[in-house]
Design a protein around this ligand. Structure first.
Ligand SMILES: Nc1ncnc2c1ncn2[C@@H]1O[C@H](COP(=O)(O)OP(=O)(O)OP(=O)(O)O)[C@@H](O)[C@H]1O
Ligand SMILES: [Mg+2]
Length: 286
């Protein structure tokens, strides 16, 4: 896993910014398009009230690939990620312009029901958030509401299969009836991943999924992301350069709501084209 040496990437997190807004390119540097897009975002603007949080972002998300969103705190990574399954709909002041499509269909079209959309584009949050239910019922929840199993045996199969794919089965198979909240943090996050994949999503969105975990649990989740990418399209927001380098094939660098640069992860970390990307990945700003 990961073709970049950790030592090639300086670990910088949330350093103060001193860049001028005028340095931000009006056009994203690098190729925003891919050959086989699963999702497409075109000229997306996002506002919270009058404040613009995402400014004219165009980007393709390739199928069965991991793409990382990186950039300083407040640059709009989570905002843009949440637009991909209409999670921002829950924020009253939030307004979106532009087009976002899944398999060519506009996800903001008036007839679109967000419940099946969020099954097709699942989400894993920063803090593991198992429901206050048993391990089994956490994973069975989505298949039940979406009517994916007609018999108990079918549901059992989906639960087992999802837990196996999330790398958690061996640790929980003898205590499926116990509360999900009784697991360790790393196990809870794998349970949340099992819950997300139980409804066979096409895309999984992950917003800093390891930031609440220790290095061992983090390594386990990174391994899992790598394995899942053969089957799912994954978008991950991370503050760790090393993590982006280890898990993703493509990386997008955001700054102050703009998508500054996007490219192959290796190229972004070894030969960034834009000065701002270079400054961010090497820890120098301005
Ligand atoms: N619910 C909200 N209401 C108003 N403004 C918001 C809301 N959520 C985010 N913002 C603003 O939008 C901008 C982008 O925030 P966002 O959370 O997307 O950044 P981020 O890149 O994910 O940051 P971090 O790395 O700290 O998580 C910020 O200026 C933030 O203050
Ligand atoms: Mg965020």
């Amino acid at each position: 896993m990961g073709s970049l040496m950790d030592t090639q990437i300086m670990n910088i997190v949330d350093q103060p910014q001193s860049l001028e807004i005028s340095n931000i390119p009006s056009e994203t540097v690098g190729d925003v398009h891919v050959d086989h897009p699963r999702m497409t975002a075109r000229n997306v603007n996002v506002f919270y009230g009058d404040k613009c949080a995402i400014d004219d972002v165009t980007l393709d998300i390739a199928e069965k690939q991991v793409i990382s969103f990186i950039g300083p705190s407040g640059c709009g990574k989570s905002t843009f990620l949440r637009c991909l399954n209409r999670m921002n709909d829950t924020i009253d002041t939030c307004r979106i312009e532009g087009t976002i499509a899944l398999d060519g269909q506009d996800i903001y079209a008036p007839h679109v029901d967000v419940v099946p959309l969020r099954a097709r584009v699942g989400m894993v949050f920063q803090k593991p958030n198992p429901f206050p239910k048993s391990i089994y019922d956490n994973v069975a929840y989505g298949p039940r509401i979406h009517g994916l199993a007609s018999r108990r045996a079918e549901l059992d199969d989906i639960v087992e299969n999802s837990l196996v794919r999330a790398g958690l089965w061996d640790e929980v198979k003898d205590r499926l009836g116990q509360p999900g909240t009784g697991l360790s943090g790393g196990q809870q996050q794998r349970l949340c991943i099992a819950r997300a994949i139980a409804v066979s999503p096409e895309v999984i969105l992950m917003d800093e999924p390891c930031s609440a975990l220790d290095p061992i649990a983090t390594a386990r989740i990174e391994e899992l992301i790598h394995e899942l990418s053969t089957e799912f399209t994954i978008v991950i927001v991370t503050h760790s350069m090393q993590q982006a380098a280890r898990v993703s094939q493509r990386t997008a660098y955001f700054h102050l709501g703009k998508l500054v640069e996007v490219g192959e992860t290796e190229q972004i970390f070894t030969k960034p084209q834009h000065e701002m990307t270079h400054n961010y990945i090497t820890g120098r700003f301005g």
